[in-house]
Ligand binder design. Sequence first.
Ligand code: SF4
Length: 76
Amino acid sequence: TYVVIDNCIACKYTDCVEVCPVDCFYEGENMLVIHPDECIDCGVCEPECPADAIRPDTEPNLEEWVAFNRKYAVQW
Ligand code: SF4
């Protein structure tokens, strides 16, 4: 799955939301998050993000953001 990191905070763009084929972006407190069970790992959103805030969860040291995305996405 892909995750959104803190570069997203205060970003006004929603290009990622528009390209996601499964609509798995959700509103966190002050940034977007990706629902980890709905993301199909297509990677389409990553290059669309002008803040470089979308990363594959296979990158190192993202545990905090993996948990954050799950916390704020699954409540919807
Ligand atoms: Fe949506 Fe694909 Fe991005 Fe996952 S990787 S959030 S399915 S656009």
